[in-house]
Design a protein around this ligand. Structure first.
Ligand code: ADP
Ligand code: C5P
Ligand code: MG
Length: 194
């Protein structure tokens, strides 16, 4: 049984997690957020990567792929399921190469779902989220760095998948339900499939 994978990308605060939750409810995928897995790993007492992850997250930098990819692989195996949304990955060339080395041949990559949202809107959403999220990176200083990382490191990865005709773009500026209605159309049409 070859697992199906959909990568989910978009700027910080574009609504990846929010939309993934709705996809899980409606289409029965397993949602794996690379950022959530890293935050969980950071919080584990005695984790040898805790401090590294903390500093990378604060600085908006991308954690070395060996750590992230093994967390993803472990979570996929533990779930025992076969349809995965992998949210916030691959975020840079190192992520992409690490995935291609270890995982690409073991899965069927269906497409890359990209939530398009102006970075000012992303910033506002993250700052609002910061009021309750407790995240160390939902502040203006970290956000500037995260946005820079998105533009210089993640965009080229989206372009790479775009050239392979694997990108499915969704306008994420509207309300959660309006955005999800486009997501639904994509998932129901099957046109997202390779
Ligand atoms: P990401 O996972 O891409 O960083 P989230 O799904 O966590 O983004 O959303 C970031 C913040 O914006 C959250 O507080 C969320 O409730 C809010 N949000 C998500 N989608 C929308 C939307 N379409 N319109 C307004 N706010 C949104
Ligand atoms: O996707 P999310 O906003 O939760 O990611 C938060 C942070 O986690 C990123 O800014 C980055 O520091 C780290 N991360 C990473 N590698 C990924 C995904 C997230 O280093 N593939
Ligand atoms: Mg998220």
């Amino acid at each position: 049984m070859t697992p199906n994978v959909i990568f989910v990308l978009g700027g910080p605060g574009a609504g990846k997690g929010t939309q993934c939750t709705k996809i899980v409810e409606n289409f029965g995928y397993v949602h794996l957020s690379a950022g959530d897995l890293l935050r969980e790993e950071r919080a584990k007492p005695g984790s040898k990567f805790g401090e590294l992850i903390e500093s990378y997250i604060k600085e908006g930098k991308i954690v070395p792929v060996e750590i992230t990819c093994s967390l993803l692989e472990q979570a996929m195996k533990q779930s025992g399921k076969e349809n995965f949304l992998i949210d916030g990955f691959p975020r840079n060339q190192d992520n992409l190469e690490g995935w291609n080395r270890v995982m690409a041949e073991k899965v069927n990559l269906k497409f890359v779902l990209v939530f398009e949202c102006p970075l000012e809107v992303c910033t506002d959403r993250c700052l609002k989220r910061g009021a309750t999220s407790g995240r160390v990176d939902d502040n203006l200083e970290s956000l500037r760095k995260r946005i820079n990382t998105y533009l210089t490191e993640t965009k080229p990865i989206i372009d790479y998948y775009g050239n392979l005709n694997l990108v499915r773009q969704i306008d994420a500026t509207r309300s959660v339900d309006e955005v999800f209605s486009d997501v639904e159309k994509l998932f129901r049409s099957g046109s997202g499939d390779k």
